[in-house]
Design a protein around this ligand. Structure first.
Ligand SMILES: NC(=O)c1ccc[n+]([C@@H]2O[C@H](COP(=O)([O-])OP(=O)(O)OC[C@H]3O[C@@H](n4cnc5c(N)ncnc54)[C@H](OP(=O)(O)O)[C@@H]3O)[C@@H](O)[C@H]2O)c1
Length: 330
């Protein structure tokens, strides 16, 4: 008798699906993104395939990319693997804003850049449309009216199904919706902010209330603070890890204040018998307004561990204990 090879799908808890704000499309509570990984630190197609397909097999239906990730390589590399999955069953997002070349117009949220960027992204992805197109930041140099109308045009042209914002303020989100309402245009349906136990203030005070009023969902990034919340950086920087590869991120993230909180978090996690990783991801998924927590993973083992967060419940007593460790941003 042969022993079946354990798969991520077999071990992962059942996936739950949540609406993307006030709209019909639902996304998995945990999704998978490609920042710094697919097409960047990971160029082995077989590894990308195994992680993306295992995520899909475990119920992940939402995959998040951007034009700027590895300067287009994420869209090419991850896009190739995603094309092997049933297109009608997955929700694919990409983004524009950051410069893709030195050209003065190859950046920002002008009509010209929006119209040209979506075509370039679709070519790299090898897809006819993306489900969500994110404005990767707010562009103070372009009238918001121009951006809203250009995004509305892409929806009507069938190149995107919804558009979203990333790292916009509550006021910027409200302004976009006021303009869209006035022009009978599609407004942004989803905001993508950073949210983790270590970075939470902007979302809690400003972004989540505005998104709720506007009927937008939140899909949140860096829920493990690039891995810091797993505890892997407690005693140094492991070779090959993200913070070993990216100096500016290491300098920004691995501060004494943050490490002290993460170690205190470790004591709490040990006491209740759950890994820090699972607890941090479950907390992010439990926050009001969150449609999906975007995971990053460089191996099947990481993916498996992260998806196991779906079985961790954050009750009010545990939430209070987490708040006591992580009050405000560190
Ligand atoms: N809109 C934006 O501006 C923006 C910005 C950033 C990210 N995002 C999106 O959000 C997604 C997730 O962000 P993120 O990658 O920063 O998420 P994250 O969960 O905070 O960090 C993921 C990284 O942590 C490490 N890690 C993950 N699980 C681990 C585990 N179980 N044990 C040990 N290490 C583990 C891995 O790096 P190593 O193995 O390399 O150490 C992994 O690549 C991105 O892929 C992207 O789609 C959006």
């Amino acid at each position: 008798m042969t022993t079946p090879i354990p798969t991520v799908a077999a071990k992962a808890p059942p996936m739950t699906y949540r609406p993307l704000g006030r709209c019909g499309t639902k996304v998995s509570a945990f999704s998978l993104g490609g920042w710094t990984t697919f097409g960047g630190s990971i160029t082995d197609e077989a590894l990308t395939r195994s992680v993306c397909h295992a995520a899909y097999d475990a119920g992940v239906n939402f995959f998040d990319l951007a034009d700027v990730y590895a300067r287009g390589e994420c869209e090419r590399h991850m896009g190739k693997v995603l094309r092997e999955l049933p297109r009608e069953k997955i929700v694919v997002s990409t983004k524009l804003f950051w410069p893709m070349s030195d050209d003065v117009n190859d950046r920002g949220l002008s009509r010209k850049h929006i119209v040209q960027s979506i075509d370039a992204s679709l070519r790299r992805l090898g897809m006819d449309f993306v489900d969500v197109y994110f404005c990767h930041r707010y562009d103070p140099d372009t009238p918001l009216d121009e951006t809203v109308r250009a995004m509305d045009d892409l929806v009507r042209a069938g190149k995107i199904l919804y558009w979203g914002t990333s790292e916009w303020t509550g006021d910027q989100i409200r302004d976009a919706h006021r303009i869209a309402d006035r022009r009978n245009a599609y407004g942004p349906q989803v905001e993508q902010p950073q949210l983790s136990l270590l970075v939470r203030t902007k979302v809690e005070r400003d972004v989540a209330p505005a998104a709720k009023d506007a009927g937008m969902g939140l899909v949140v990034w860096s829920p493990l603070a690039s891995g810091l919340l797993t505890g892997k950086y407690d005693d140094g920087v492991p070779a090959g890890s993200r913070l070993a590869r990216i100096d500016w991120l290491r300098d920004q993230l691995r501060t004494d204040g943050r490490l002290a909180r993460v170690r205190a978090f470790g004591k709490l996690a040990d006491e209740i018998g759950v890994s820090r990783t699972r607890l941090a991801l479950a907390w992010a998924a439990s926050r009001p307004g969150v449609s999906s927590v975007i995971l990053g993973a460089t191996s099947l083992e990481q993916l498996h561990e992260n998806l196991a967060a779906g079985s961790v419940k954050i009750d009010p007593a545990l939430e209070s204990r987490l708040d006591a460790i992580f009050s405000g941003d560190a």
